[in-house]
Design a protein around this ligand. Sequence first.
Ligand SMILES: [Zn+2]
Length: 171
Amino acid sequence: MSGRTAILAAGLAWLYETEQPDDAILQHHGETLSRPDSNRWYGFCPAGWDGRVVISTHVGKVEWTGEGGGRRPANPLGPGELDAITAELAGLGAEVVSTWNGHPGTTGSLALARPAHPTLLAAVDRYRRGCPNHTGPLCSWDGCPWYPTGNARVAHLKDIAAGAAGARVGD
Ligand SMILES: [Zn+2]
């Protein structure tokens, strides 16, 4: 299994197979895994576009070329990168229903057919409802334990990836 496939497999295990505690709180962008050896990081969003699971791929360190209006990334995503990820996800049993961005940009996204695990969606809903004692999903009261305490209860993606055999991941 390639490094990227291992990351995608860990992401799918987190999105679909992992039961979250009923007091977990997760911000809506989800969590990420990085792959420094190939200058990429990946986002795993439980409920993004159209309420769907969205996996995203990003150039880690973007290098730029050109001047003024011609300035562009020198190391964008590859022309076939989203198609290759779509094929890898299909091999892992996950159907992609839509993709956007990608080459010649530095980020690309893939929306999946199957909804995330209900307990993961519930953790995002808890975040969206916001702190019960202060206003807004990102409680702005310095020192409020609501989000840190709830987020510490999440079964985190990086722990699942670290526990998966063959996964080569970093923070
Ligand atoms: Zn608060």
